[in-house]
Structures are given as structure tokens and as C-alpha cells.
Design a binder for this molecule. Structure first.
Ligand code: NAD
Ligand code: MN
Length: 358
């Protein structure tokens, strides 16, 4: 029997609530179908840890994580700790050294969920956003001089390397090729950002030559927000920089119904390091502790983790169970206009797993 070691890092806020739900659902799935076993180890890293120890995770944290097959991550962010400390201290402190350079973000309108695009059928919105996850605007380069003085200057330097852009572009063309429509949209802002973004466009054209079966086009990021809203059916796979894709994927999630549904995988495609799976939302302190966080994004994320581990049938079964639950409006959490709790949705998904006869 295949057995996998999973590091669970719930982090902060509703991260703790949704990861607890996700672990329960995954254990129910493994128990129901057998065939594989999941060994979870949970790490209490995050803002509570920071308040006690002055760091978000211990110094040997990354070394510890290396031996795991995957990381199941909640969210970081607390009202009393600066966001750049929580983000760089934990999430990016894992993504960057583990070279998880491909961030994959599927978006679909799940059964029973009505997005704000009421005239758009669910089948017309089925996207995968590929986010460059290692450089660009989040390279961490820049600085501040004359702090606090009127002449203060702060720079935030975007770094794009030929190697980094080429590998994400190849990855995106591969994703596009694996999907029925074989359609890729390359997003930049190469009219205003005339160095890195122009190189993106050039590399896209070079890589495209190796994928004659993929139809591709280019969009500027501002116009892209309009196209996503007005012509969702014209898009399929999308590739964009770290910052642009971050913004576009929150829009995508909202168009599909809620940020609470959206999953993501931070992949190290070469598998030299563990990959990390998380819902795309943050710690949501406005609803923390209320028991109403939507766990669907965390469950969908689990299907991506299972697929990465090679357990495709289990991933498909879990997706079916999730869709059976979203189809029932009585099982929608408040972000979807319903009044169900995290507990009720979790129990319903576990129930659907047990009820599935396939
Ligand atoms: P957020 O994603 O936490 O919340 C945005 C809005 O969406 C809130 O109204 C929230 O209640 C709602 N929401 C999010 N997830 C939901 C869910 N599962 N169910 C129901 N409603 C949900 O973003 P924010 O408010 O901008 O940031 C809060 C904190 O999270 C900040 O500290 C931020 O830095 C951090 N953050 C972390 C990550 C991450 O860990 N990957 C991502 C984004 C934001
Ligand atoms: Mn984001």
C-alpha cells in the first residue's frame, strides 16, 4: 500500500479551521477506499509561534519539511503582525527555497454555485491560471533610503531571468496542451514595463514554436480583467507573473462564486523538493473563530495534492463528493449566500465519500 508523509501547516486564522477539515476529509477518503495511507504531521508554525519565539518557523523548519511527500498549508496573516513578516517568514520561506516555481490555480463554477456572471453557463468558465512563483515582483529585491525623511526613496525591483521565464512558459504550454481546448493566454504589461515584460513576450513566442498544437495569444493585464469578466469562454489556460497572476486569480475566484472555493498548488515540477498545496485565500480574520469558513477550497486543494502524489482515482472521487455537496444550496457557507457551517460542509463531504459506490 502506498503511504505518504504529509506535513500539515494550518498557520493562522481560518487556516487552522479549514486544514483541520481537510485532514478529516482526506482521512475519511483513505479509510473508505484503502489503497493508500496518509501520515499527517502537524506543525504549529505561524503568528502564535512568532509571538513566542520571534520567528514564524524554527530555523531547521525547512530541513524538517524536506522529508515529506507534500505540504498541506492553510494561510498566514494576523492583525498584530505585519503582513510582510508573516508572508516572508513562512509561506514564501517555503515556496522560494523549495523552488516551487509553478503555482497552478484552477477555476471552475462548481455545480449549484451561482457566480456573479449569471448569464454565463458553468461550462463557459473553466480556467487554469499558471502563476510564476519564484521571481518577478516578489523577488524581494529593493530597499529604502532616508527612512521617514521627506526625501525617502523606496524601490521594489522586479527580477525576471531568461531561465525563470522559460521554465514557467514551458510549464504553461504543457498545461495548455494537456487540456481539451489547447488554448493559452500569455499576460504581461509590456507596453508600460518595457524590459522584463518585453522579454516575457519574446520568450513566449520562442517557446510557442515547440507547441504548434497549442493556440496562444497575448493580453495586457488591465485588458485581461475585462476579458475575464466579459468573455470568460474565450479563455482556458493563462500564464502571468507572480503579482499579475496573484491579482487575476482572486478575480477568477470571485467570478466563480467565492474566494473560499479556490485551490492552488505550489509545484516544484522536477520533484527535487516537496510541493505545497493550499487554498488561495488568506487567514480571513473577519470570520476567524466563527466556524463559517468555507472549506471547499481546501478540499479542492486536497484533490490537487492527491493527483500530485499519483492517486488520481482518489482525487476524482473526492472531487465528485465536493461537487455533490456544492450542488445543494443548503450546504453553502455564508460567503456563497448560505448559512451552513464549516462543520456541516465537512460532514456532508465525508458523507458523500461514504455514500459513493464507485
Ligand atoms: P483573505 O483571503 O483572508 O480574505 C478576503 C475576504 O474573503 C474576507 O472577507 C474573508 O472573510 C473572505 N474569505 C476568505 N477565505 C474565505 C473562506 N474560506 N470562507 C469564507 N470567506 C472567506 O484576504 P485579506 O483579508 O486580504 O487578508 C487577511 C490576511 O491574510 C492578511 O494578513 C493577508 O496578508 C493574509 N493572506 C495570506 C495569504 C496566504 O497565506 N496564502 C493569502 C492572502 C492573504
Ligand atoms: Mn493572493
Amino acid at each position: 500500500m502506498n503511504s505518504y508523509k504529509i506535513a500539515a501547516i494550518p498557520g493562522d486564522g481560518i487556516g487552522k479551521e479549514v486544514i483541520a477539515a481537510g485532514v478529516e476529509v482526506l482521512q475519511a477518503l483513505a479509510a473508505r477506499y484503502g489503497g493508500f495511507k496518509l501520515d499527517f504531521e502537524s506543525f504549529d508554525w505561524g503568528s502564535d509561534y512568532y509571538r513566542k519565539h520571534g520567528v514564524m518557523m524554527p530555523e531547521n523548519g525547512r530541513e524538517t519539511l524536506k522529508s515529506f511527500d507534500a505540504i498541506y498549508f492553510g494561510a498566514v496573516g494576523a492583525p498584530d503582525v505585519p503582513d510582510h513578516v508573516t508572508l516572508w517568514g513562512l509561506r514564501l520561506a517555503i515556496c522560494q527555497p523549495f523552488d516551487q516555481y509553478a503555482n497552478v490555480r484552477p477555476t471552475r463554477i462548481l455545480p449549484g454555485i451561482e457566480g456573479p456572471l449569471r448569464n454565463v453557463a458553468a461550462k463557459d468558465l473553466d480556467w487554469v491560471i499558471v502563476r510564476e512563483n519564484s521571481e518577478g515582483e516578489y523577488a524581494g529585491q529593493g530597499g529604502r533610503s532616508h527612512r521617514g525623511l521627506p526625501e525617502e526613496v523606496a524601490t521594489e525591483v522586479s527580477i525576471f531571468t531568461r531561465a525563470g521565464v522559460t521554465r514557467i512558459m514551458r510549464f504553461a504550454f504543457e498545461v495548455a496542451r494537456s487540456r481539451p481546448r489547447k488554448l493559452l493566454t500569455v499576460v504581461t504589461k509590456s507596453n508600460a514595463q518595457r524590459h522584463g515584460m518585453v522579454m516575457w513576450d519574446e520568450i513566449a513566442a520562442e517557446v510557442a514554436a515547440d507547441y504548434p498544437d497549442v493556440t496562444w495569444d497575448k493580453m495586457l493585464v488591465d485588458a485581461m480583467t475585462m476579458r475575464m469578466t466579459l468573455k470568460p469562454q474565450s479563455l482556458d489556460t493563462i500564464v502571468a507573473t507572480n503579482l499579475h497572476a496573484d491579482i487575476l486569480s482572486d478575480l477568477a475566484a470571485a467570478l466563480a462564486g467565492s474566494l473560499g472555493i479556490a485551490p492552488t498548488a505550489n509545484l516544484n515540477p522536477e520533484r527535487r523538493f516537496p510541493s505545497m498545496f493550499e487554498p488561495i485565500h488568506g487567514s480571513a480574520f473577519d470570520i476567524t473563530g466563527k466556524g463559517i469558513a468555507n472549506p471547499v477550497g481546501t478540499f479542492w486543494t486536497a484533490t490537487m495534492m492527491l493527483e500530485h502524489l499519483g492517486e488520481k482515482p482518489a482525487a476524482e472521487r473526492l472531487m465528485r463528493a465536493i461537487e455533490r455537496v456544492t450542488a445543494d444550496p443548503l450546504l453553502h457557507t455564508p460567503d456563497l449566500g448560505g448559512s451552513a457551517t464549516t462543520r456541516q460542509v465537512t460532514d456532508a463531504v465525508i458523507g458523500a465519500i461514504h455514500g459513493d459506490n464507485v
